[in-house]
Design a protein around this ligand. Sequence first.
Ligand SMILES: [Zn+2]
Length: 326
Amino acid sequence: MSRFAPAFDGLTGQPAAVRLLGTALESGRLPHALLLHGPAGVGKGTAARMLAAAILCQGETTRPCRACAACGRLSRGDTWDLVELSPDGSFIKIEQVRELTETMYTGIQRGVAIIDPADAMNPQAANGLLKTLEEPPAGWTLILVAARPEALPATIRSRCQAVRFARLSEGDTRAVLAAHAAADQVTALAAFADGAPGQALAAGLEPDELAAEFAEAAGCLTPATFGSPSRIFAAAESWGRDADRTRRFIAWARLWTSHQLHRQTGADAGAALPGMQPTDMSAARLAAFQNRLEAAAQGMDRNLNRPVLIEELLFTLGESGGGAPC
Ligand SMILES: [Zn+2]
């Protein structure tokens, strides 16, 4: 257990990030601007709020004292020294950034701004943040949180100290889920969480619904579907219905691909998943598909046509050959 853990008590499975942030906090050398990045659902947002509480506390230790005026305000939700920006509609807009900047120049001695998800800033908002990011008013810390840091302008990234958050181990994933789900559901949820417990919880589905949906997605990743244009169109229409469902298709396909790759390399793929049939696709082809999925996940924010995105994925999977012989 790191001696810095107190500030991040309750944050599971991120020892490297905790060490980095804890060291900076304790030495009083926390950068003015941080970018917490890593997959969705691994604890970045939780860490950002824990860090904010530790920064704002007027006590002597890195652990929030829960006794000072700042800790008291935080627990009452009376947080004029903590500003959080989240999307207004689909994006974080320039007006929100302007309002944040104005707050930062009102003479507050110590403040924290959390921008989560920072990759939801539209280009004008990102531009509007640049100057503040370069030279925040004294006493202010900016914490940007992003699952896709590459979607941020390089000028934003270069002005922040990056802190990477990783997918959790199976054991840590279970520990997080155990705090939020019934004991008999933890195993099933852990299989779908894929190291990102927040993601499994955010879907808001029961384990048997998750199982059914995964099996449905796995069924689309067989030659019976990707070898047949009419089935591809039907699958694209079904999975493209709404953004959440499209996101989950990409997540399920990612999980399916990583299990197939694990199986081929003889690595332990964790819990068995419903509807998983071994595929005879080569590891190279699976890896290429994995890359396409990552790109598709990033493309989700651009206003693209979701059914077309799914069609393209399934056509690519069929095109490169090597599926089961017909
Ligand atoms: Zn305090």
